[in-house]
Design a protein. Sequence first.
Lengths: 439, 167, 373
Amino acid sequence: MRVIYLSILALGFFVHNALAQNGPLRVNITQGVIEPLTFAIPIFEAENLEAAAVATEISRIVAADLTSSGLFREIPFDRFISRRTTFAEAVRYPDWRAINTQALMTAAVKTTSSGRLIVKFRIFDIFSGVQLGSGMQLAGNTKAIRRMAHKVADQVYERITGEGPYFDSKIVFVSESGPKDNRRKRLAIMDSDGEDVQFLTGNENIVLAPRISNNGKQVLYTSWETGFPQIYILNVGTAGRKPLPTPKNGMGFSPRFSPDSKRIVYSFERGGNSDIYLMDLATARSARMTSSPSIDTAPSFSSDGRQIVFESDRSGTQQLYIMPVSGGTPKRISFGNGRYGTPVWSPRGDLIAFTKQSNGRFGIGVMRTDGSEERLLSASFLDEGPTWSPNGRVIMFAREDRGPKGAPSLYSVDITGRNLRALNLRAPASDPSWGPVQP
Amino acid sequence: MRLIYLALVPFLALAACSDSDGGSGILSGSSGWDDPAANAEDQNDPKSQAFFEKTIGDRVFFEVDQYTLNSSAKAALDTQAQWLMNNVGYVIIVEGHADEQGTREYNLALGFRRAQSVQEYLVARGVSGLRLKTRSYGKERPIEICSVERCYSKNRRAVTLLTAGLS
Amino acid sequence: MSAGTYISLTLHAVLVGWLLFGGDFDHKPREAPVTEVSVVSAEIFDILVNNIPPSVDTSLEKAATQPDIEQSERPIDPVMDVAPEKTTQSLSPNVQNDTLPESVPDKPVRMEEVVIIPPVDLTELKVEDPKLLEMSLAPKPRPTLRVAPVAVAPPAPDIDIGDITRDAAAPQVDSVEVAQEQTAKVPEAVAPEIVTEAEPPSEAVKVSKLAPPRSVRPQRRPTPRPVGETSIDPPEPTPVPIDPMAAALAEALSAKTPASSNQRVSSALEAAMNNAMRDCNNRGGLSSAAAATTVVVSITFSADGRPVPEAIKLVEYIDGSENNAKVRFEAYKRGVLNSECVNKMANIYRKGVQNEQLSVGVPLEFVVPPGEP
């Protein structure tokens, strides 16, 4: 009996081996590249005459958005083999494959008799030879073409890369004019691509560091309107504003909203010393969060609203600290060689962006919320004031040149450190604050 | 800029008519910005704001990232204090500034610290605290814009401004 | 029966059980069909349900018709910047809530509204050419997430399904040329490595120079094996009776043992494949989360070494959401179907088949590791 069982045992091993060798074989992929995805956007079909005027503009805004993300590269029109004339015609995959187009977007635009604009589009994965998803339609008024284009770009971007949207968002910033020793500043708001700048205040007073709320409706900023720095809150839709009451015998500055827009955290100076305070907007009551003789400033909330991060020089130089909103001992998280300031928590919750100063230069960096994995994404004479895109993938900041002719401009960089690019604005700009994706 | 000057003219005229305690310090301009041309006559009047600015000296300077007063700053403030106690009609704003070698909020806070240092010193020298206020402009109002140390050192300052008094 | 027999029986049951089920407790992705869902507001849901023509809130349009805000500056009010009245009011610079009225500027800020409406009429696609219809409009099943570790391989094709992806003459010609070009390059890297202990070197070198773009090779395995038996996981959980084991044993003994073990290709072959696929394994157009997801992609190749597009499947994924995996898989699949890499890979694959390390019809599972996006 034993012999039979033993031989069955042996058989078992043989069989397992044999069966295993006939199964799928694994290959470990170890090599790859990182390159933008090629895409083509033929001009949108205009389904009626009025739409023709905007079809080109919308398609170009979409293409520009995708290109600006650094994740896409456009195949220029002159390389197209297929000439598409209508939205409904079938896609000739080999034509697009031949020119190495990985993603194709086709779209059509029409205006309705009620004065609305309708854009519909499809996305195609050329190498796999399939349509991605089922296409989409958007409607808006005829003045909303920029927003519609950004929404379309967001859909394409999101579907192909898996990243959350961010093109259809507004950025609040400070628009500057005049020489360096007589600078005029005013609050402004624009599309995420730098277009459609509108002003929110005049420029007769110094205004600084506007911060837009997560719902995109309000902006906090510091103004010298009264001759002394004071925190104001401004309504984006109406541009109406009013000062926020801060405790007596001191001055508030550097405010930021909580993620639910119900509270603000700010810096309050009294007797020369600046500490972090928390205000409930409904009651306008403030609570003190730090009390140390050091400069504690530039606070911002975590993405879950439970902690704040701020800069403090209590250790001798400016460093970053986090602490629970409910109170507690601030915990230092920056330990590199240099000074750290203007910390901003990523909407994804995993990283904190900051301005780092070392060896006479400034740069924008990110670190994990425990301070590890610090990376610099930019460096120059003066880079400061990072703000996160709503999907946490891109950081925008201000860069100023040295010297009398120096003027600030806005730059953005991908979180990987790639795709550093200047925003194409017509006037100097600083202190950007990136608003949410609009619904 | 011209509009400011034009609008100021009536005030200057009024000021000239007022008693010497009023001075011409309506604006905060003495930090170097919006500076109305101080009258030549005023400059020689030892009780005028122009005299304070030009002869007594209305500012002290700081080292990089510092807000403590060095000996020359203290000496300058001693002189200021004396003059201020002899000319009690003014309300004083001590204005702190920083150079551009720092982030915006930190420089605002540093400006506050510098203003506070000067205020405390003046109070210790006998100037009434009731007459003194502080504020900061951070790095927003540089005097010199060449982005090297000789300009930076001029910007790291606290300026003592005279404004219209209560009396 | 004696106690020893009982113990022996138990041990054997455990052994057989392990043989049968041992692989089942690896990572299992949830199997779920992938559907496109968009979050709609209540208004749009109403439209969807009641088929009401969508209407956009027109109140915002009034704001939109205001003239554009120019860059004109308001007249500068010199008194605004530190008015003396304010400094004499109180020594505290704080302004209470009620002392400053709310200021409203002249023109409100324009905010436009955009609404996503359901794609009601996007289904018709005009078809001009029946052949195009075959190619591009044949309903293709969305890649579904499959339960590890089994990918059911399609039967080894006699016809080359690769035809469908090449309908123009030009690419075909290119592919031949490329193949020839590649053979010049590839042997440097591959020839010395692909040689296994089982074979003399000369054979491999000779074969690589003469490899045609499309070969019709006989099946390597002497006994045709139905798909089901490639599985380690037969339907019955009970201990397998002796006869199938004997048959399997006979088969195992007669089949050639590839140089690899533990279900992996040889490192030489793996290196060659990596080389061939490198330029197409593009992590560049991915979200951070998708790039950080590991996916295992099963690909079945036809006899000429080209991937069968319908037989590229996501088998497993780790460290990411379902959507991350889908996106990562799609990107990898795009790379696999990129004609440059198809050609390079085809050479390697055919060599692997000739060297009996690979067999047509048995899928390869590519483990695509995570990385920075």
